[in-house]
Design a protein around this ligand. Structure first.
Ligand SMILES: Nc1ncnc2c1ncn2[C@@H]1O[C@H](COP(=O)(O)OP(=O)(O)OP(=O)(O)O)[C@@H](O)[C@H]1O
Length: 269
């Protein structure tokens, strides 16, 4: 089970958005995709998911070109949780989660609807997202964070081998952010998630990818990627990095434009 990109590019209106990225997602691990606003994280996730076709280069699933695989196989294998969700659909939580089971239906089940396995997977997925008993709630009545968790349950119900999530901690309170990242870190699935909270990325991810202006500028374990030098260059922040006993970095930062006493000297204060 592997998902790789080789020298992929993508552009819009002649401007390069993804500029020659080569990447392999570590199998069964949680990879954090980092980078400032507009650096290309969502676009890279869409390319890896086959939702966009690279202008050049290839995306390979188990060594086979994504564009040449049967769509059904890709729909079973890859699950995507995108950033935006529609607010006005009139479905129950169970209906939404069951969407994740559609690629698995074959033969008669395509028309006969949910089978016992589908129901079981949906219930398990809801439970993993702390949503037991929520099946009859109407989607349109859910809060932003509740919708986010239902969408993640839909992706888990799909039982993907590769799970791609665009800012999955968006809308979630800190308790649910920690629960989600722990669950993703413990899952036997290959997971890549774009994240803006660098300390959470450091705490839970096995592997990090750091993007800047459409390019992948650093990749590796958190302690190799979240360095003071990279943070200053890519995010324009001055950081102090300390390592916790398990070797994971912990960051404290301030903007380069902020003359904070913690980071200045000789100014008489
Ligand atoms: N279809 C498009 N047409 C024009 N520009 C686009 C298109 N898609 C993306 N872009 C531009 O490409 C850049 C990368 O966008 P992308 O959404 O991938 O960034 P991101 O790293 O996910 O940002 P954020 O952290 O703000 O979500 C942005 O400058 C965006 O405006």
């Amino acid at each position: 089970m592997s998902l790789d990109a080789h020298d992929i590019t993508w552009s819009a209106n002649g401007a390069p958005i993804i500029d020659g990225i080569t990447v392999s997602l570590p199998q069964g691990r949680l990879t954090g995709l980092l980078g400032p606003n507009g650096s290309g994280k969502s676009t890279l996730l869409r390319l890896l998911a086959g939702l966009l076709r690279p202008r050049a280069g290839t995306v390979l699933l188990d060594g086979r070109r994504l564009g040449e695989l049967p769509r059904r196989e890709v729909a079973r294998r890859l699950a995507v949780v995108a950033q935006e969700t529609s607010t006005d659909i009139d479905m129950t939580v169970t209906d939404v989660v069951m969407l994740g089971r559609i690629p698995h239906r074959t033969g008669l089940a395509r028309v006969s609807g949910d089978g016992p396995r589908d129901v079981l997977e949906a219930e398990k997925a809801l439970a993993r997202c702390g949503l037991e008993g929520w099946g009859d709630r109407r989607w349109s009545t859910l809060s932003g964070g509740e919708r986010q968790r239902v969408n993640i349950a839909r992706a888990l119900a799909q039982r993907p081998t590769e799970l791609l999530l665009d800012e999955p901690t968006n809308h979630l309170d800190i308790h649910h952010q920690l629960d989600l990242l722990r669950m993703l870190a413990d899952a036997p699935t290959t997971v890549v998630a774009s994240l803006h909270d660098l300390n959470l990325a450091a705490q839970y991810c096995d592997h990090l990818l750091l993007m800047e202006a459409g390019r992948l500028v650093a990749s590796g374990p958190p302690a190799e990627v979240l360095t003071e030098q990279w943070l200053e260059r890519v995010y324009r922040v001055r950081a102090t990095v300390t390592l916790s006993p398990d070797g994971r970095p912990h960051l404290r930062y301030t903007s380069l434009d902020d003359p904070s006493p913690a980071f200045t000297s000789g100014d008489g204060r």
